[in-house]
Design a protein around this ligand. Structure first.
Ligand SMILES: [Zn+2]
Length: 292
């Protein structure tokens, strides 16, 4: 379901830290010029149907676009069939509740290589996702699935792997976590504008315009582990750890991308506001992202 946005929108991963939780958070975020939020179901999908529907109504009223982050305990390429089955059902449950709250997109971490080769893992992931899509179809649900680029070399989910999944399954898009890309491998480190440009050109080429127009992005500055792969800690913008948001904002403004940009910084919505302000400086236009 393509979003109708005129400019990128910004918002936190989870309810605001310095504002209300639940449906009341929606008008609070909109009052700060933040029109996105990713609901966190990362431990398990615990929200009731009633609250999900209330969130949907409040989000619509305030013009906030919701997405949902599924449980961490998902491994669609486990060596154990029972774990794959449980993972598929967790992902399905996330999509069902996401649909009730009006979320346009389901973010999830796809899983691990384990003892499998990269090629085998890809095939198992592909088969698992096909099953989930079929189950979604049977329920008549239209929520976009976006496996997230992962931050550890042991996790399936390099940008190239996810783009290949998406070209095999048109219903699948990619959730782009720039911090994860930054710490995944030495060669994937984002050093500046050229690296962003290379990544975004590749995304646009393979995803196509429609998926690119509502691309879901996670952003935070991140401290890598000493081992060179994986994240040790998220940091607020300006911490000195990479990646730098400014060159990304510049390219977004220049190319007219309408991304949904979710802050995973430790100060969540405060950094969403900062990202929005950085973007506005590059865009040179009044900020009015939603079509009303
Ligand atoms: Zn993320």
């Amino acid at each position: 379901m393509p979003l109708e946005l005129k400019q990128p929108i910004f918002g936190p991963a989870g309810f605001p830290l310095e504002g209300p939780s639940g449906p009341k958070a929606m008008s609070f975020l909109a009052s700060k010029g933040l029109f996105a939020m990713e609901y966190q179901a990362v431990r398990s999908v615990r929200i009731s149907k009633k609250v999900a529907k209330e969130l949907k109504a409040a989000a619509e009223e305030s013009g906030v676009t919701l997405s949902i982050h599924g449980p961490y305990a998902i491994n669609l390429s486990s060596e154990q069939k029972s774990k794959i089955r449980a993972s598929k059902s967790r992902l399905l449950k996330t999509a069902v509740i996401g649909n009730l709250m009006g979320a346009f997109h389901v973010t999830f971490h796809p899983g691990y290589y384990g003892k499998r080769t990269k090629k085998e893992t890809f095939e198992v992931q592909l088969a698992s996702l096909k099953d989930v899509l079929e189950m979604l179809n049977q329920k008549g649900l239209k929520v976009e699935l976006g496996p997230e680029t992962t931050g550890k070399e042991s996790q399936f989910g390099s940008l190239d792997e996810l783009l290949e999944l998406s070209s095999k399954l048109p219903e699948i898009t990619v959730t782009v976590d720039f911090a994860h890309i930054h710490v995944r491998e030495e060669k994937s480190k984002i050093k500046g504008e050229d690296d962003y440009r290379r990544l975004l050109d590749k995304l646009e080429k393979i995803l196509g315009k429609e998926k690119m127009d509502s691309l879901l992005v996670h952003f935070t500055e991140v401290e890598p582990t000493s081992k060179g792969s994986g994240e040790r800690k998220h940091h607020p913008l300006g911490s000195g750890y990479g990646p730098d948001f400014k060159p990304l904002a510049k390219i977004i403004a220049e190319n007219g991308y309408k991304f949904v940009i979710i802050s995973e910084s430790p100060i969540l919505e405060k950094d969403s506001i900062k990202m929005k302000e950085i973007y506005i400086k590059f865009s040179n236009k009044a900020y009015s992202p939603t079509v009303k």
